[in-house]
Design a protein around this ligand. Structure first.
Ligand code: PEP
Length: 256
């Protein structure tokens, strides 16, 4: 059975005190998660150590810590960057790679993201790889080719085992991120099925069926159940709604 995952991307939000309260609140009200279910908190870098100690206290493997970014080099003269060994040291098990905001505001290319993917896999850290098209591309109906290129150039050099064991894909249409406009269940399912078929033709049906594909883009307590019920949607990468227990918890409850 594929892993069902709800990951909260806090972006550059929440003070240390607010973050602690949120994690404590969510964790204390979590249902008993099944073996195939995973909840991931992705706070800003500076909060990771503190959040790790809260999660350690609970010691539930199904609740994990993720980072929003990393640098591909293990150390060196990269002012302002954070390396994968540093992230591992504070207890990070997952890293978001290629979020559209990093691609847009920090000019991260498919080639650069490939370096991060390789470095994370070499360090045995799970990759949450984001892909997704802009509104222009959707309106031109070229979203499939666009997403295929993102995957081709950053992921498809991996071996089947590397992909299967280390990569989660998050489909996040840019026009739905933080806009309140959600992809319809048909649009989400269509793209997720397209990605899964791509994995099948590039690798094998076994690989395609093992990889979790998350949806991201204005997912909220009202639409999560419907989105997560799509055959190829295995959970969500959540932005705004991950910032409050009242909205994040119902999304976690929507995982089947
Ligand atoms: C995101 O940025 O990954 C995201 C999905 O944001 P939101 O849920 O706020 O649209």
């Amino acid at each position: 059975m594929r892993k069902k995952i709800v990951a909260g991307n806090w972006k550059m939000n929440l003070s240390l005190a607010e973050g602690k309260t949120l994690i404590e609140d969510v964790v204390s009200r979590l249902p008993l998660l099944a073996e195939h279910q995973q909840v991931i908190f992705c706070p800003p870098f500076i909060h990771l150590g503190n959040m790790a100690s809260i999660l350690d206290d609970g010691a539930d493997q199904r609740v994990s810590l993720g980072a929003q970014n990393c640098h591909p080099h293990p150390s060196g003269a990269y002012t302002g960057e954070i390396s994968i060994p540093m992230l591992k040291e504070v207890g990070v098990n997952y890293v978001i790679v290629g979020h559209s905001e990093r691609r847009q505001y920090f000019n991260e290319s498919n080639e650069f993201l490939k370096l991060k993917v390789d470095a994370l896999i070499a360090s045995d850290v799970q990759v949450i790889f984001c892909c997704g098209e802009s509104l222009d591309i959707r309106e031109a109906n070229t979203q499939n080719e666009f997403v295929a290129k993102q995957l081709q150039e950053s992921l498809f050099h991996l071996t089947p085992d590397q992909l299967k064991n280390n990569v989660i894909i998050a489909y996040e249409p840019i026009w739905a991120i933080g806009t309140g406009v959600t992809a319809s269940t048909e649009q989400a399912q269509e793209m997720h099925a397209y990605i899964r078929n791509l994995l099948s033709s590039q690798y094998s049906n076994d690989v395609a069926q093992s990889i979790s594909i998350l949806y991201g883009g204005s997912c909220n307590p009202t639409n999560a159940v419907e989105l997560f019920s799509c055959e190829d949607v295995d959970g969500g990468l959540i932005g705004g709604a991950a910032l409050k227990a009242e909205t994040f918890l119902p999304i976690i409850f929507a995982m089947d």
